[in-house]
Design a protein around this ligand. Structure first.
Ligand SMILES: Nc1ncnc2c1ncn2[C@@H]1O[C@H](COP(=O)(O)OP(=O)(O)OP(=O)(O)O)[C@@H](O)[C@H]1O
Length: 259
């Protein structure tokens, strides 16, 4: 049984259709990436799984249980945690206080303290800055803090929305190394959104290309390694070839080169 089974979900914001029949299965322990251009529906997909957005059609099962319609706080206690795009850490609070907020729903305080020490041992830069206001951290450190805060809820399934946004390539590599290390030490399953396939093909087990609210391509990283099928699915035409004018939407036009 898949840990996460998203089946034919449809999401609309008013008249705007964001997801049109999206299906996705994630097995326990996998790293599954969703890539796609701006506005493809990546954040909406993670929000639907975490309970922040309610699909009007379809089904989502987590650990065998139907969760569509379940409130986000209940889904979090079931073991699903979201690292949102833009990190959303509390800049005026310290690193330590941000971590406490991650664990606020947990009653097992002794375990929380042990988890905090274990996670900080993996993230020495955060440990060194434990009493700093989070707003004074670098972008990469803030992303590490956002991940650490999410892991403090003790999730089984971690959803990470565009962890590389605004970060230098070397820092992004470090973030991915940390995510993979956490997968091992915390027994996590990961679903990661990205705009580009650069790192995804190196770190993911499976890759899904999302465009205009639909999965256009799915396969293992090994199957998609040469990138050609990804480019075709991402842009809707072979990148480098001239698209027919009718195929080029403003969204596609603004994301040239990202795949
Ligand atoms: N709260 C909202 N109200 C109205 N439309 C929305 C809302 N959130 C997202 N959308 C629209 O839904 C579509 C999918 O957005 P979504 O944020 O899921 O895409 P994305 O792939 O995550 O893009 P990005 O990489 O820019 O974050 C877009 O057209 C977006 O403008």
């Amino acid at each position: 049984m898949a840990l996460l089974d998203v089946s034919d979900i449809h999401v609309r914001y008013g008249d705007m259709v964001a997801l049109r029949g999206l299906s996705l299965k994630v097995e326990e322990g996998e790293v599954v990436c969703i890539i796609g251009p701006n506005g493809a529906g990546k954040s909406t997909t993670l929000a639907a799984i975490a309970g922040g957005v309610r699909p009007y059609r379809g089904e989502i099962r987590y650990d065998g249980q139907p969760i569509l319609g379940t409130p986000p706080d209940k889904i979090a206690t079931m073991g699903v945690s979201l690292v949102p795009e833009g990190r959303h850490i509390f800049g005026s609070l310290t690193v330590a206080e941000n971590l406490i907020i991650g664990a606020y729903m947990r009653k097992d305080k002794a375990e929380v303290a042990r988890d905090r020490e274990r996670i900080l041992a993996l993230l020495p830069r955060l440990a060194e800055r434990i009493d700093f206001p989070a707003g004074r951290l670098s972008g990469g450190e803030q992303q590490m803090l956002a991940v650490a805060r999410a892991v403090m809820t003790r999730p089984k399934l971690l959803l990470v929305d565009e962890p590389s946004l605004g970060l230098a390539p070397k820092i992004v590599d470090q973030i991915y190394e940390i995510l993979l290390e956490l997968r091992k030490t915390e027994g996590l399953t990961l679903v990661i959104n990205e705009q580009s396939s650069n790192r995804v093909l190196k770190f993911a087990d499976r890759v899904n290309v999302l465009r205009q609210g639909e999965i256009r391509l799915a396969g293992t990283a090994a199957e998609l390694a040469d990138g050609a099928a990804i480019r075709q699915a991402y842009f809707g035409f072979e990148h480098g070839a001239q698209p027919a004018p009718a195929m080029q939407t403003p969204t596609q036009a603004s994301t040239g080169g990202a795949a």
